[in-house]
Design a binder for this molecule. Structure first.
Ligand code: MIC
Ligand code: SF4
Length: 646
């Protein structure tokens, strides 16, 4: 029987388990990436593991998220990361070099290899036919220590792209259509494998827009075959030697095949406040736009920005629109400058930001109150822009630029302009001088630790029984941005006691104080949630900070993949309602008890929650592998390690 791409890569990397969809497997990881906002915690955990040098083929530490640096905290973190990189043999991509996913695609991604990254958009490198997966920092630390990365053996869905994109319709519209079909929930344990003649016609940066935003569907990853387009891209990056062709077998099997005709697509947008709230740009009826942001790891490649520059050349953006431009990498910026496009963009009124995450994570360029902001990024969760009542729409660069010119939502096909076709240049200017490779000849490096760097906190082992209060009850699709906001709060990433003050800040600002009080009274906190809890980012702080506040369990209708792994890694029970309606019966403030929790978890039995306030009982499941049971019983992965050193 023929094999699909995913099976081919997984089989080559399989270390633990059998390739049976739904079962846990452990795979060898060739490369890792971290970024600064998750990296400090990942490296603190790596230090705690105690391995003298990394054991991967290559690990890269990027500084791209917290680059605004108001106060000393982030500069301290950056220096910590630099000293860690030298000490443990890690490559450092300095602040100013660009967004991790864009730079990794340009300089390090390799067809057929495995990559895990402490950022949910790590699947971007699936555009190069890598098996590239987002994970919590502790999982990345363990992979750097040479340990397997565990995942559920995926079911693979083939997305067969047919036809060709019409003018003014681009890769962003493809992935928005995919989000329209698959939504942001219900895709745990799935991988999207793209193929077909339409896929072959897309360049690597276009593929990267699609694999990047597959993260919003909650799939484990997405990937494309490695073909002539891959060779062209790697050649332009002066690394044609890294090319390897990789295709699924002709008779490969898939759990499902979905056909998508590119020629039938039109410009799309994801409306507030979820990436799957998709509609056509035409249906937006020319509503007025206050801000347009071009950039982020989804749409800030040379191709995206040249397309924008060509549309904008000789024109100036609408007086009511603040037009923000954040190139994806220093390479993109240097090449735009060489080819004159940067001047065209600046002449059009673009406000040039650092080539970093910036506006996308809400640490700058928050739009005005109640505004309409069109962004080429990947997430429009409430408050993520830094303005709670802003209405953020996700769009393609073409649609973004059309709105920047007209001051209104405008279908770019209605602008009356010729479509600016462009191809990848034969050769990019390559300048790796902001990439620091570890120097093996240097004597042992001292690790820099500023006052912002704390120790990674650990949980206590799972008690025999849980006596808890429902500190908060939330609805469906709660994202990690809801659980622990980024933006202005993100500078406390290395200081858990401080960062924990902001848990659920945007839903219930009194959460942290309430949770601390319950913890001080000797009880535990429980979070009750609806469907798809933990969407979005990989930030393990969405588990660590609640753990620090004494949260011992989350009871939800369903969970997302990375967040479940993070909860388990920090000893928080992910419990799933087994009976419809039980969610509705529980209220915030209810007192709950779970008897014999250790025994039930060890035996893999259904657990019973007794609601003392309501006099009711609910059955909940906790589907854990033997490895995960061990972690939960010990109160977290670091505790398992401490109990079994070496
Ligand atoms: C995001 O896009 O939400 C982030 C910020 O890149 C996160 C990582 C983080 O919270 O540090 C992600 O996507 O994993
Ligand atoms: Fe950075 Fe935004 Fe991409 Fe996250 S989604 S890595 S914040 S650019």
């Amino acid at each position: 029987m023929g094999k699909n791409l995913v099976e081919k890569i997984l089989e080559k990397h399989l270390l633990v388990g059998k390739m049976i969809p739904g079962e846990e497997i452990g795979i060898r990881i060739d490369q890792t990436l971290t970024q600064d906002a998750t990296g400090t915690m990942a490296y603190l955990q790596f230090e705690a593991i105690g391995v003298p040098k990394i054991k991967t083929d290559l690990s890269v530490s990027y500084i791209d998220h917290n680059t605004i640096q108001i106060g000393f905290e982030n500069a301290d973190d950056h220096r910590y990361l630099q000293s860690i990189a030298q000490k443990f043999g890690i490559i450092l991509s300095r602040a100013g070099n660009g967004i991790c996913h864009q730079v990794h695609l340009e300089r390090f991604g390799l067809p057929g290899k495995t990559l895990i990254g402490s950022d949910s958009h790590t699947p971007t490198c699936g555009a190069l036919s890598m098996l590239a997966i987002g994970a919590g920092g502790l999982d990345v630390a363990q992979a750097m220590a040479g340990e397997p990365f565990y995942l559920v053996c995926p079911r693979v869905i083939r997305i067969n792209l047919l036809g060709k994109l019409p003018p003014w319709v681009s890769a962003k519209d493809i992935i928005l259509k995919v989000l329209d079909i698959f939504t942001t929930k219900g895709n745990v344990g799935t991988i999207f494998e793209y193929g077909g003649p339409g896929a072959a016609s897309l360049t690597v940066p276009e593929r990267a827009t699609i694999t990047n935003m597959g993260a919003e569907c909650g799939v484990t990853t997405s990937l494309f075959p490695s073909d002539e387009m891959t060779r062209v891209f790697l050649r332009a990056e002066q690394r044609e030697n890294d090319f390897a062709e990789l295709q699924p077998d002709k008779d490969a099997q898939y759990a499902k095949v979905v056909n998508l005709d590119l020629s039938a697509l039109e410009p799309m947008t994801a409306k507030p406040h979820s990436p799957d709230n998709v509609g056509t740009v035409r249906s937006m009826k020319n509503i007025a736009v206050d801000q347009v942001c071009l950039g982020s790891c989804t749409n800030s490649s040379y191709k995206d920005l040249v397309t924008a520059a060509k549309i904008l050349k000789g024109k100036v953006v609408h007086p009511d629109v603040s037009f923000i431009l954040a190139p994806g990498s220093r390479q993109v910026l240097i090449n735009l400058a060489r080819d004159g496009y940067l001047a065209d963009l600046i002449a059009s009124g673009a406000r040039l930001m650092e080539n970093a995450c910036g506006f996308c994570i809400g640490n700058s360029q928050s739009p005005k109150s109640g505004s309409v902001s069109l962004r080429t990024s990947n997430r429009n969760f409430p408050g993520r822009s830094g303005t709670m009542d802003a209405n953020v729409y996700l769009v393609s660069p073409e649609t973004a630029v059309a709105a920047a010119l007209t001051g209104r939502f405008t279908d770019p096909r209605d602008c009356g302009l010729p479509y600016p076709h462009m191809e990848i240049p034969d050769q990019f200017i390559i300048d790796d001088s902001m990439i620091i490779r570890p120097d093996n000849t240097k004597p042992d490096t001292e690790i820099y630790r500023g006052p912002n760097i704390g120790a990674p906190p650990v949980n206590s082992s799972l008690p025999a029984a849980i006596s808890a209060t429902v500190t908060i009850k939330v609805g469906d699709k709660i994202t990690t941005d809801h659980i622990i906001p980024a933006g202005a709060r993100m500078k406390y990433r290395s200081n858990i006691p401080k960062y924990s003050e902001f848990v659920f800040e945007n839903i219930d600002p009194s959460f942290a104080a309430k949770a601390q009080k319950i913890k001080a009274s000797g009880k535990q906190n429980i979070v009750v949630a609806g469907l798809s809890y933990g969407q979005g980012s990989s930030r393990e702080h969405a588990a660590i900070c609640p753990m620090y506040l004494g949260v011992r369990a989350v009871v939800a209708k369903s969970f997302e993949r990375i967040h479940t792994a993070n909860l388990i890694n920090f000893g928080i029970l992910p419990l799933t309602f087994l009976t419809e309606g039980d969610y509705d019966d529980i209220d915030q403030g209810d007192d709950l008890e779970i008897a014999d929790v250790r025994g039930k978890i060890s035996a893999g039995d259904t657990l019973t929650i007794r609601n003392k306030t309501k006099g009711a009982s609910y059955n909940v499941g906790c589907n854990l592998s033997a490895r995960q049971k061990n972690i939960i019983l010990a109160g977290g992965a670091l505790n398992v390690r401490n109990a079994n050193p070496g």
